[in-house]
Design a protein around this ligand. Structure first.
Ligand code: B4P
Length: 195
């Protein structure tokens, strides 16, 4: 069964604020280490794009910069992991965004190996998202929603970082630097814990 299949798998949570560079670093990690990557944001956007009734609700929540209900994200994550259960490792990107998401995941699936914290200042994150807004077409890449997403990050996700610090599982990279330099720091961590 699923829980048995997840035993001894590498599971890396990737947390960081909106626009910190999570998705960008995950692409690089997948290329080099062959992990299976699930971005909670991408899974939710795919649900919205499917045109389902649930998708319309999710779209409204995301446009307000709020978090979608835990049960929805967790079941999307589990459903997709199950389809790739033979993978040697998983990158869980943009999840957990609140402490309870981490607790429920670790209870239902498996404990995470460590948490990669992609750290950038609010100013840097805002500038990156405004730049992406010029071409992304994402409904949540606009000045008003970006402010709300940052507020959600401070209130709900910073406590996730504190929680995993207490469990000695936080590995931080300085994402103020260019993509290659940040990836250099990421590789140092992965080479130590994953290979
Ligand atoms: P996400 O899809 O996770 O959106 P994001 O935080 O903007 O991250 P993304 O990975 O897209 O961007 P990145 O920082 O790499 O979430 C969207 C919404 O979905 C949330 O607000 C929430 O409503 C919902 N949601 C998602 N997960 C949820 C969960 N678990 N629970 C509840 N709700 C959830 O990159 C941003 C930009 O910066 C890019 O343009 C990139 O090119 C640029 N960039 C990256 N690194 C750079 C660098 N080093 N230098 C210069 N530019 C850089």
């Amino acid at each position: 069964n699923f829980t048995e299949a997840m035993e001894n798998k590498k599971i890396v949570f990737v947390v960081g604020g909106p626009g910190s560079g999570k998705g960008t670093q995950c692409e690089r990690i997948v290329k080099k280490y062959g992990f299976t990557h699930f971005s909670s944001g991408d899974l939710l956007r795919a649900e919205v794009a499917s045109g389902s009734e649930k998708g319309a609700e999710l779209k409204a929540i995301m446009e307000r910069g709020e978090l979608v209900p835990l049960s929805i994200v967790l079941s999307l994550m589990k459903y997709n992991m199950e389809k790739h259960k033979d993978s040697k490792g998983f990158l869980i990107d943009g999840y957990p965004r609140e402490v309870q998401q981490g607790i429920e995941f670790e209870k239902d699936v498996a404990p995470c190996t460590f948490v990669l914290w992609v750290d950038a200042s609010q100013e840097t994150m805002t500038n990156r998202l405004l730049k992406r807004a010029e071409t992304s077409g994402r409904a949540d890449d606009n000045e008003e929603t970006i402010k709300l997403r940052l507020k959600t990050f401070v209130e709900a996700t910073e406590p996730v970082i504190e929680y995993y610090k207490k469990h000695n599982k936080i590995r931080r990279v300085n994402s103020e630097q260019d993509v290659d330099t940040v990836f250099g720091e990421v590789q140092a961590i992965f080479d130590q814990y994953v290979l």
